[in-house]
Design a protein around this ligand. Sequence first.
Ligand SMILES: Cc1cc2nc3c(=O)[nH]c(=O)nc-3n(C[C@H](O)[C@H](O)[C@H](O)COP(=O)(O)OP(=O)(O)OC[C@H]3O[C@@H](n4cnc5c(N)ncnc54)[C@H](O)[C@@H]3O)c2cc1C
Length: 455
Amino acid sequence: VAVWLNELKKQIPLSRLRTDAATLQSHSGDAWFASRQPQAVFFPQRTAEVSTVLRLASKYRIPVTARGAGRGYVGSAVPQRGGIVVSFAKMQRILEIHPVDGVAIVQPGVITEVLQNEVKKFRLFYPPDPASKKECFLGGNVATNAGGPRCLKYGVTKNYVLGLEVVLADGTVVRTGSRTHKNKTGFDLTGLFVGSEGMLGLTTEITLRLLPLPPARATLSASFADVKHAAATVLAIQQAGFLPSAMEIADSFTLEAARRHVGRDRVPPGRAHLLVELDGQKSSVAREIQILARLIKKQRVLQLVTADTETGNEALWALRREFSASLKASGLKKMNEDVTVPRSRLVDLFHLGEKLQKKYGHPVACFGHAGDGNIHVNIMLDPQDRAARRRGDLALDELFVHIIKWKGAITGEHGIGLAKLPWWKQATTPALRDLHKKIKLSLDPQHLLNPGKFI
Ligand SMILES: Cc1cc2nc3c(=O)[nH]c(=O)nc-3n(C[C@H](O)[C@H](O)[C@H](O)COP(=O)(O)OP(=O)(O)OC[C@H]3O[C@@H](n4cnc5c(N)ncnc54)[C@H](O)[C@@H]3O)c2cc1C
């Protein structure tokens, strides 16, 4: 057994450390393809234990990879250089919900939806809603700056992080920000750690901003003959002064997959679909949804359905939530990209999806957050088929070349991890990469935190 492992066993409660084959295997990958086993998995219950492990890792130069729920889509939690995985699965406590301050303080292993449900009891609202919210951890959301359908109106995870407790590579514990909704004391170091994919420090406590829970919401489902009309409707809605809480678009491949999976009668006709949600006070939402319906009717809509009750809203959202499962039911695996384009490029992006499908012979399904131009472009393939993977990679190359040319982002919410590593250089300038390196080296000079990733 390695010397460092023996010393670690002396310094931390043994029950927190696992080296059995099953645990190493289950902590080797996430929701993407790549995997690599660590030599040990550590399940801390308090900050001091994380600090001890990092001090020891520093002394022996052992790589450390933080892990949330392992639901990431880009392999960022894969311990690419082995070493220790620090899993936050046992730091699952909500430490405080303060309705007057509009603040929640949580440990990093709290599941996103658990916090949302808890704060709802106080008529408070934690908006970030990644589709993985039933499983993913808030620590993982902070490290990836997770988004979701509600980002259009409410912003991404970073807009809710008021403060962090972070353990640095040498074991030092720092606290950034505070429990106030504004704080301009020094640099925005909270912002520096948000989205840093476990490469600058390990988060052990998060202070989150909460909003008042909007008492009402209403949903509108519209289908169109083609995606051009759906995209034009997205722009018309915003030009009319509406800021919906969500605006989700789906293409014809996604709708066909849903027709096969959930039945034709549950999926509206047409080759494009738009789901729009408004929230606010009951009377204003009721009035606004009528105006919105009138506006959408002018956009060559094929079918329009509105709902303003909880059951009705959920029935319309249920179809949107089936899209991922419908694509999976096709028997192929999704190479799920999360590109973001300036909104004026939405139609171009859908056309590009169709072009890639024809050129490379893989089905391409596009759906996602139309309001902020963040579309999941899913290249569907059999991952066991090596030739298909190669063609898939070529299709991705072509996709990202266009995204960069259009001044879009190669990832809007999942992060770089391992999956986007081949395009990291193309998507950044040498000066920007150099700045990343300088920041990394000043916080982690031995390059121990999540090595093998984009720095
Ligand atoms: C079905 C499905 C749907 C999804 N939908 C969305 C979506 O709508 N929007 C979206 O943004 N993402 C989505 N994702 C991606 C994923 O769920 C998010 O990236 C999520 O934030 C990952 O959280 P996690 O706890 O699983 O983190 P992990 O996958 O375990 O880790 C992700 C990264 O965070 C780091 N990390 C984790 N905890 C800490 C910590 N305490 N300190 C420092 N670093 C840490 C890890 O090292 C790694 O780099 C989806 C994934 C799936 C499988």
